[in-house]
Ligand binder design. Structure first.
Ligand code: SF4
Length: 81
């Protein structure tokens, strides 16, 4: 399972940090989240694999984002959140 974070869309409400504290951190100065260990796959878009034991939290993080800045994909590349 893979997570993608669109930093440009993020408005810094930090619900993602509350839902998946190991996956997201606050960049309070920028007013943006940081996807921990995220790799920049295009400008201001970061992605990483989700550890198996964090899949539930990652999905909650994606669902909690008010501006849909987070997407979760299964191993076939289908978007599930
Ligand atoms: S919940 Fe969405 S808008 Fe809020 S910090 Fe996380 S990614 Fe950004």
């Amino acid at each position: 399972m893979r997570i993608e974070f669109d930093r440009d869309t993020c408005i810094g409400m930090f619900q993602c940090v509350a839902e998946w504290g190991d996956g997201f951190e606050q960049d309070a100065d920028a007013g943006k989240a940081i996807l921990v260990e995220g790799e920049e796959v295009e400008e201001d878009v970061f992605a990483r694999e989700i550890p198996e034991d964090a899949e539930l939290d990652a999905k909650f993080a994606a669902r909690s984002c008010p501006v849909d800045a987070i997407a979760v994909y299964d191993d076939d590349g289908e978007q599930i959140v």
